[in-house]
Design a binder for this molecule. Structure first.
Ligand SMILES: OC[C@H]1O[C@H](O[C@H]2O[C@H](CO)[C@@H](O)[C@H](O)[C@H]2O)[C@H](O)[C@@H](O)[C@@H]1O
Length: 605
């Protein structure tokens, strides 16, 4: 029986992350990086694909669980007939090697505990050799070795390619387990102190969370989202992954299963906006510098996504031995979307660089050169059809949102030149492009009969990305075409007025070229709240926002999509896009309207 996606919690060390279930089992962990092969892949198969469970003997789901306030340290507790026990899970900031620390603490009575570790390298397929060394159990296969120790040592034995442990805790007693990954050709990794690591982690996360500038309603949800975005950052380079998982399905049993362990420029730039609005300038600067390195060379040959360090080749393949989450196959590694043309990305990148400049981030000498190169490419390329924001795998189209974002690119480039006369650029050429794009979108992407912008030129379909038109400043919020579009999108893509689908997957136009259906797309519902607010319906927007916060799991986490019929989260988890939506909407609806600035909502001049 698979766990629901929302039954998982996230822990991580800003280089990789693990998912821990309510039953005390770590079912997903890629080591040493987010995009490495998983050594625990039970999430996408079964327990024999690797997991690590620590729980009271005979117990199933925990009685309660929570993050320690303002941290990524997870407490999972069970009340049993024998007594109560807590397992505290964390991945400390990395010094030498990645560690997963699990501290078992007796809370009352005398509880018998069981540990079961099945290490399976290379996405659940490789059973390692196990041996003992210096009080550790060591698993080795190919490039990977994993070292397990406990403090104090507890009885541990191997059987059937599994490592078992058995021990008892009384109130106040603590047993810590540390699992450390290391390259298999290297000597034993340095030992870290798990109890000290716990204290330091709690302090560090709290100090980080205290920097949040937002102090309005739903602060806890905002801080949890920011912590999640921070946890999705690959600290050594500043790259931000869209999610720490691959192939959690957009439809249970379906084929819409993708690998999100990479850095999408779209998702990352929006993360940058959310972090900047909430006061996190260092992270924004680190990402901006990651971007400048990733696109170096020929900035015009921009990819829509990169690896954690800016790698370009992310070829997609399937893993046939994993049955998929709830049977949702195939499981994919890599992402073919890397080869797509998505014109909106240029707008998002130039917008975020312009925001970085306006927010006072120290400039870099080649930043403007990169923007100019992108503009030169876009000046010609904006006329092409593309795969659009939703990365459709059907034929290219003239997606309206892509054109709107081409307008944003030109608009922000022109404004940068207007603000800083020391910079060189073809201001007249870009102004002309801006006007031409605007004219064309209003002529070819607008349906005057229904009074709404459409998904693509000449189409009758709608698209949730159109909700962003007022936010990016393409038209003022009170323009009747904007109000008409918000109403039309809501009526057609959110029949309950609340949960928004990104587009229709069931029409004859078969826009995405994929079989099957999908859930509602969480970030789009936040966009609806923002659009309602901008168009003067703030009370309605706030009510909607509050319902959306209700979709988070018990820990405040959101996946990419939601199934309103089953009442379950769907898609990769936790997903940056959804948490960005929550932060930006909260700041805009209850804060100081900085979220608009973050997304570049500068009304057209
Ligand atoms: O639905 C088809 C596409 O789905 C994924 O893309 C989605 O996730 C991206 C990362 O969060 C996001 O940037 C994009 O807008 C979403 O549509 C998947 O990665 C694609 O390969 C797939 O074609």
């Amino acid at each position: 029986m698979h766990r629901r996606i929302e039954d998982y919690a996230l822990i991580g060390d800003e280089q990789t992350a693990a998912l821990v279930g309510r039953d005390g089992s770590v079912d997903w962990l890629c080591l040493p990086r987010f995009d490495s092969a998983a050594c625990f892949a039970a999430l996408l198969g079964d327990e024999d694909n690797g997991h690590w469970r620590i729980a009271p003997e005979g117990a199933e789901l925990c009685t309660r669980r929570a993050y320690r306030p303002d941290t990524l340290v997870l407490d999972t507790e069970w009340d049993t007939a024998e007594g109560s026990v807590r397992v505290t899970d964390l991945m400390p900031q990395r010094e030498h090697a990645p560690d997963v620390v699990r501290i078992v603490e007796g809370l009352g009575g005398r509880v018998r505990m069981r540990g079961l570790l099945r290490l399976r390298f290379d996405y659940g397929s490789v059973v390692p050799w196990m041996r003992r060394s210096d009080g550790h159990r060591v698993a080795v296969a190919g490039p990977d070795s994993v070292w397990l120790r406990s403090e104090p040592p507890v009885r541990t034995w191997g059987e059937d390619f599994r490592t078992h442990s058995e021990f008892t805790v009384e109130a106040g007693e603590k047993v810590a387990f540390v699992l450390t990954w290391h390259p298999s050709h290297r000597p034993r990794p340095p030992l870290s102190d798990p109890f000290e690591a716990l204290e330091t982690s709690v302090q560090d996360w709290r100090a980080w969370a205290a920097r949040c500038r937002y102090d309005g309603p739903h602060r806890d949800a905002v801080v949890r989202s920011l912590i999640t975005l921070k946890a999705l950052t690959y600290a050594p380079t500043g790259g931000i992954v869209a999610a720490p998982t691959t192939s959690l399905p957009e439809e249970l049993g379906g084929v819409r299963n993708w690998d999100y362990r990479y850095c999408w420029l779209r998702d990352s730039t929006l993360t940058l906006g959310a972090l900047l609005s909430a006061g996190y300038h260092e992270e924004a600067e680190a990402w901006r510098d990651w971007l400048l390195r990733a696109v170096a060379g020929d900035p015009a040959a921009l990819q829509i996504m990169y690896g954690l360090s800016g790698e370009r080749r992310l070829s997609e393949y399937e893993i046939p031995w994993l049955s998929g989450y709830a049977g949702s196959a195939p499981v994919r590694v890599g992402n073919s979307a890397v080869e797509q043309l998505q014109l909106d990305v240029y707008g998002e990148v130039i917008d975020s660089l312009s925001l970085a400049r306006r927010s006072g981030l120290p400039s870099r000498p080649h930043m403007w050169r990169v923007e100019c190169a992108m503009m030169e490419f876009l000046r010609v390329a904006w006329r092409q059809p593309d795969e659009g924001i939703w990365e459709v795998r059907g034929p290219r189209r003239h997606f309206v949102y892509s054109k709107v974002m081409a307008w944003v690119a030109a608009d922000r480039a022109v404004r940068t030149l207007e603000d800083d006369p020391t910079l060189d650029g073809d201001i007249e050429g870009w102004r002309a492009m801006r006007d031409e794009v605007h004219r064309e979108v209003c002529e070819r992407g607008f349906d005057p009969v229904r009074n709404t912008f459409t998904q693509s030129y000449g189409s009758t379909e709608l698209d949730a990305s159109l909700l962003l038109i007022p936010r990016v400043g393409f038209l003022p919020p009170d323009d009747p075409r904007v109000v008409g579009t918000v109403d039309a999108v809501r009526a057609e893509l959110a029949p309950d007025g609340f949960l928004v689908r990104r587009y229709n997957t069931t029409t004859t136009t078969d826009v995405d070229g994929l079989p099957g259906d999908e859930g509602v797309f969480v970030v789009c519902s936040f966009w609806l709240a923002d659009a309602l607010h901008l168009t003067g319906r703030t009370q309605e927007a706030r009510t909607l926002f509050e319902r959306l916060v209700g979709l988070t799991n018990d820990l405040g986490l959101l996946s990419e999509e939601y199934d309103p019929v089953a009442g379950r989260q769907l898609g990769n988890f936790p997903q940056a896009f959804s948490h960005i939506g929550l932060v930006v909407s909260a700041l805009s609806l209850f804060g100081v309207d900085e979220a608009e600035e973050a997304d570049g909502a500068v009304p057209p001049g």
